[in-house]
Design a protein around this ligand. Structure first.
Ligand SMILES: Cc1cc2nc3c(=O)[nH]c(=O)nc-3n(C[C@H](O)[C@H](O)[C@H](O)COP(=O)(O)OP(=O)(O)OC[C@H]3O[C@@H](n4cnc5c(N)ncnc54)[C@H](O)[C@@H]3O)c2cc1C
Length: 450
């Protein structure tokens, strides 16, 4: 039997691959596209609702984002909200959620930083408010009150009180695949339960082989999390990258917060400061975390991916030097030790309680319940040519009809923004038409007003 030929095959059915499938079906004139996912359902790995923090990162309350980065991320976040809010109401209400959100500064130094950040960011983020202690208490009483009294430290917060702030990225990915398959006049194939074993160039195409079948593609996008790097390496591509997977754990408490409460991040450790969030699938609880522990796995709770990790690690002097350089920074070293201690029975909950009390000072040990089977892995890349850890996402694109996305945080928020970038590369290579007006809707609306 001859292999089917697709214009584009996407490997990996997390939210990144699902957003690309949706975008290919909706905004291009390509007629034959497919998504290949190793598990029987889409979004069961990092994009599953329980494996991430469910936050729509706009950059407004993420103090590790510069204004420039925040504006870039918020463009993608706006796309996400626009996509989700146009879904039928019943589905929309299972995908996207409104909660108040804030980042709190605790103590004089952090409160000053919050006030300065507010002045810089306010002109660009319409719904942003600066709150003092009493105003914070009105929205999030548990952040301020302990044993009936106000906590002693100075507090200030940047808040957005009336917006969409949380997403079930798993349901979102499912909806994107459904929407893609509903497009008429196109072949949009979904191959679930089909682990890709190999990708090889065949003439001007690529052959993608799974256990059961193979197919040909004029263009391939690999969005398989840390496994994207594995596929790239096996094709002799991206050998300048290694990987440092960082796992995150969470704790549940009874509901002590009404919305999302973030804390000021340490510049050297972006996304290291824990936050408290409602869990969109667990009403009546608050979820605190994530912790950050380097783990030698490409997929959480899948020990078979240890071997895959060793393959992408490509341990050599440069990788060792990057890890050693990280370890030499006191804040990072202490943080790694603390996160290792978070894994030690008997002391783990007590240590985590100290961090969580920065958000809710009245929390007690018995309030904390470890969240089993919750939390994924962030596959952070190490760039061996520059000798440094890449803190955001990465793309490997040799420009010959195949592209690899590795998407740690905030990769779920930026799934549609990343799909747009993929489409531009596909357009340049295949010469297809791409309608970008949907992606540029906000810019176009602004320029028509001015
Ligand atoms: C603790 C934590 C908290 C986070 N919080 C947030 C947050 O609040 N907001 C945010 O925007 N981001 C957050 N992130 C990041 C976010 O979860 C990821 O960026 C996002 O889920 C990545 O999606 P993905 O589709 O690229 O990868 P994944 O969801 O991991 O999907 C990859 C897919 O590839 C498939 N695959 C792998 N190998 C193969 C193969 N051989 N054949 C076929 N398929 C294969 C996998 O089965 C999987 O379905 C968080 C991450 C962590 C770990």
């Amino acid at each position: 039997m001859t292999d089917q030929v697709y214009d584009v095959v996407v490997i990996g059915g997390g939210v990144t691959g699902a957003a690309l499938l949706y975008s290919l079906a909706t905004f291009t004139d390509l007629k034959r596209v497919a998504l290949v996912e190793k598990y029987p359902q889409v979004a069961t790995v990092n994009s599953k609702s329980s494996n991430n923090s469910q936050t729509i990162h706009c950059g407004d309350i993420e103090t590790n984002y510069s204004l420039e980065k925040a504006l870039k991320v918020s463009r993608s976040a706006n796309m996400l909200v626009r996509y989700a809010t146009q879904l039928p109401a019943e589905l929309r209400d299972r995908v996207i959620f409104r909660y108040p959100k804030m980042v709190i500064g605790v103590g004089a130094t952090e409160s000053d930083l919050i006030r300065q950040r507010y002045e810089t960011f306010k002109p660009h983020f319409a719904g942003m408010q600066l709150l003092d202690k009493a105003q914070i208490a009105e929205i999030e009483p548990s952040v301020v009150k302990a044993d009936g009294h106000d906590r002693p430290e100075e507090l200030a917060a940047i808040a957005v009180l009336d917006d969409y702030t949380a997403i079930n990225y798993g349901t979102l990915a499912q909806s994107m695949v459904q929407q893609a398959q509903a497009v008429s006049d196109k072949t949009v194939d979904l191959r679930l339960g089909s682990p890709v074993q190999s990708i090889e160039p065949v003439g001007s195409n690529y052959r993608i082989t799974t256990a059961e079948s193979s197919m040909l593609a004029r263009y391939v996008v690999v969005s398989a999390g840390g496994h994207s790097l594995l596929f790239a390496h096996r094709m002799g591509i991206g050998l300048e990258y290694s990987c440092l997977p960082v796992a995150g754990n969470f704790y549940y408490t009874p509901q002590v917060l009404n919305g999302k409460v973030y804390t000021v991040q340490n510049d050297k450790l972006p996304f290291a400061a824990i936050h408290g969030d409602p869990d969109v699938t667990q009403p009546g609880k608050t979820r605190f975390g994530p912790t950050a522990l380097p783990l030698p796995l490409l997929e959480r709770r899948n020990l078979q991916t240890f071997v895959d990790y060793l393959e992408v690690l490509r341990l050599d002097q440069t990788v060792s030097a990057v890890v050693w350089d990280l370890f030499k920074v006191r804040d990072i070293r202490n943080y790694i030790f603390k996160n290792m201690a978070f894994e030690v029975p008997m002391i783990n909950r007590r240590l985590f309680l100290n961090d969580a009390r920065k958000i809710v000072p009245s929390l007690k040990l018995e309030d904390l319940e470890f969240a089993y089977d919750v939390g994924g892995i962030r596959p952070q890349l190490i760039d061996k040519t520059q000798g440094k850890l890449i803190l955001g996402q990465a793309e490997i694109d040799p420009g010959n009809g195949i592209r690899f996305n590795v998407t740690p945080s905030p990769g779920a928020t930026t799934c549609l923004g990343n799909a747009e970038q993929d489409l531009l590369r596909i357009q340049a290579y295949l010469g297809c038409n791409v309608d970008r007006s949907w992606f540029n809707a906000e810019e176009e609306a602004r320029s028509s007003v001015s």
